[in-house]
Write a protein that binds this ligand. Structure first.
Ligand SMILES: *[C@@H]1O[C@H](CO)[C@@H](O)[C@H](O)[C@H]1NC(C)=O
Ligand SMILES: *[C@@H]1O[C@H](CO)[C@@H](O)[C@H](O)[C@H]1NC(C)=O
Length: 178
């Protein structure tokens, strides 16, 4: 998906956010290591509390890491309908971390999650530092209003050059408040 389309998708959501009425649940959150030697320790936990799902986790790596590429896709499924891919993008992850992306949507997402981290991560990522995420949740306000009740799957994989380091997946469902 191009930035242009991504922007359109997001503009729709920003225009009338006060009408946003989704509740986003996370049913499963996993972080899997592909390069064993790189990770000293990591975790991924999802907690249900009231009407929200909270994500926590941490990671500690063994060496400096730079030149990270993030590949992310999101698919939604509704009963009796074919699965729909909302987007599939490949981004320079270090540019996102180091403020290189001017794209509004990316900045919005980044700022949303940065607040739940114990530090603002920058590339190169440092060894022996405990990067942790504390009770992050998906801000319903960033979602397009037009999304139907559905289940969703968000995938992210992290690569250095073409080598896969780790990947994560979030599975959940979306309900419209009535
Ligand atoms: C969860 O949502 C339901 C329905 O909107 C509401 O009645 C209930 O009070 C909410 N619970 C919490 C803990 O927010
Ligand atoms: C890193 O921080 C998390 C969250 O504070 C904690 O649960 C975990 O035990 C820490 N891990 C290490 C290896 O220090």
């Amino acid at each position: 998906m191009s930035f242009h389309k991504l922007r359109l998708l997001v503009f729709g959501s920003l225009i009338n956010c006060y009408l946003c009425a989704h509740v986003v649940y996370v049913d499963r959150f996993t972080f899997d290591v592909d390069e064993q030697d790189l990770f000293l320790s990591q975790s991924a936990v999802v907690e249900q509390d009231g009407n929200r799902s909270y994500l926590s986790g941490h990671m500690m790596i063994s060496r400096l890491v730079n030149d990270l590429t993030l590949t992310s896709s999101m698919d939604i499924a509704r009963p009796q309908r074919p699965e729909l891919r909302l987007y599939n993008v490949q981004l320079n992850f270090c540019s996102i971390l180091n403020n290189g992306y001017k794209n509004k949507f990316i900045r919005l997402l980044y700022n949303n999650y940065a607040g739940f981290l114990n530090t603002k991560p920058k590339c190169p990522l440092r060894p022996n530092f405990n990067y942790s995420l504390h009770r992050a949740y998906i801000d319903e306000a960033v979602l397009p209003d037009l999304l139907p009740d559905c289940t969703y799957r968000l995938r992210m994989s992290f690569k250095q050059k073409s080598k896969l380091l780790a990947h994560m997946q979030i599975d959940g469902h979306l309900l419209t408040k009535r």
